[in-house]
Design a protein around this ligand. Structure first.
Ligand SMILES: *Cc1c(COP(=O)(O)O)cnc(C)c1O
Length: 371
């Protein structure tokens, strides 16, 4: 086992390797087997797989806990929600990821759970909603509004109220923000995004330091069966190895693009926590190691203007998703599940690793073309 005292930028490269021995491979191979010789801890391919375990070891080392991987981010989210007791109240940001919100609406409609919506950037409102709740759901920064939650304050309030906390850490990633160290019980990721990082695989992961949560989540994964494929886990780990380089590059570019976007007349309300003028900047600077690679902004004009902008970029890809090496953008309200109070012209920009001036030239020509 690799020393957990190493820097996260080293752990992401050095953890999750096979035992050192002559001619042992450097990488855990793709283990394509549905069953295993009897007598070991794995036994069957729905309970574990060596290729998942290598990925889990690295994400666990980065977040500071034990990781369980899932078939997608929604698989991980659904496993956590499955553990909410019948009729339990989930305190959740009014702008959480649209899939999380949609799943909670369905659970509420079925009488399975209730939800209490809170503004995630108001720690007082979160604290006031916790009484008797079964779970506090946090996400920071939020997708796509880029609101920042004061994580230590919200988590401390939940602890005082005896409410467990889960944090969707997809937007920041484990090199930038580590919610378990801030006291959260669970942290989860859509590994589809920056962890895997190359827009070629869907996966999810939950991490916890608590043995009881770990055992319960493992049981849900095994019995519900939302397991990743061995090849997906291998691809995700291969992508994860370069996370430190990708994050450094893309967040530096994101700050530069956000700054330039602020000065363009076709743009308003740029949200990026790295901007000194952003409402979330002070809180983000306290709890994050950098500010991530996602920028949100509104196009001046109507839906049709915003759609024309999305179709006018040449290098930047008009597509959903985020966290890949290639820069993507989309108008979030094109999704019916997106919240009605997200502005119709809000654009979510996921900054990749291309040259900053090439990206700016493309944004500028697209913005100039719609004026
Ligand atoms: C994409 C995303 C998810 C869902 O993950 P999938 O891998 O697409 O299932 C969850 N949370 C956030 C913040 C996301 O951006």
């Amino acid at each position: 086992m690799i020393s957990p005292d190493l820097s996260p930028e080293t752990l992401v490269v050095a953890a999750g390797r096979p035992e050192k021995a002559p001619d042992a491979p450097l990488n855990v191979p793709v283990v394509l087997s549905s069953t295993f010789h009897a007598g070991g801890p794995i036994a069957y391919g729905r309970s574990s797989n060596p290729s998942w375990e290598a990925f889990e070891e690295v994400v666990g080392a980065l977040e500071g806990g034990r990781a369980i991987s899932f078939a997608s981010g929604m698989g991980a989210i659904s496993a956590v929600l499955d553990l909410v007791p019948l009729g339990g109240a989930v305190v959740v940001p009014n702008h959480s990821y649209s899939g999380t919100a949609a799943r909670l609406r369905d659970l509420e409609a079925a009488g399975r759970a209730t939800t209490r919506l809170v503004p995630v950037d108001d720690a007082g409102a979160i604290a006031a909603a916790l009484d008797g709740a079964a779970l506090l759901w946090l996400e920071s920064p939020t997708n796509p509004a880029m609101e920042v939650c004061d994580l230590p304050a919200a988590i401390a309030a939940a602890r005082a109220a005896g409410v467990p906390t889960v944090c969707d850490n997809t937007f920041a990633g484990p090199l930038v923000q580590r919610p378990l160290q801030l006291g959260a019980d669970l942290v989860l990721h859509s590994a589809t995004k920056s962890l895997a990082g190359h827009s070629d695989v869907l996966m999810g992961v939950v991490v916890t330091t608590d043995d009881d949560w770990h055992a319960r989540l493992l049981r849900v994964r095994t019995l519900v069966g939302a397991i990743p494929g061995p090849f997906e886990a291998w691809l995700a780990l291969r992508g994860l190895r370069t996370l430190a380089l990708r994050v450094r590059r893309s967040q530096a570019t994101a700050l530069e693009l956000a700054t330039r976007l602020q000065g363009h007349p076709a743009v308003r309300n740029v949200r990026y926590p790295g901007l000194p003028t952003d409402p979330g900047h002070a809180v983000a600077a306290r709890q994050m190691d950098g500010f991530g690679a996602i920028v949100a902004f509104e196009i001046v004009g109507d839906v049709e203007t915003a759609e024309r902008f999305c179709d006018a970029t040449r290098l930047i890809v008009h597509a959903t998703s985020l966290g890949g090496v290639e820069t993507l953008l989309e108008r979030r309200r094109r999704w019916v599940e997106e919240r009605p109070d997200i502005p119709e012209t809000l654009i979510r920009l996921s900054v990749g690793i291309e040259d900053v001036d090439d990206l700016w030239a493309d944004l500028e020509q697209a913005l100039d073309s719609i004026r």
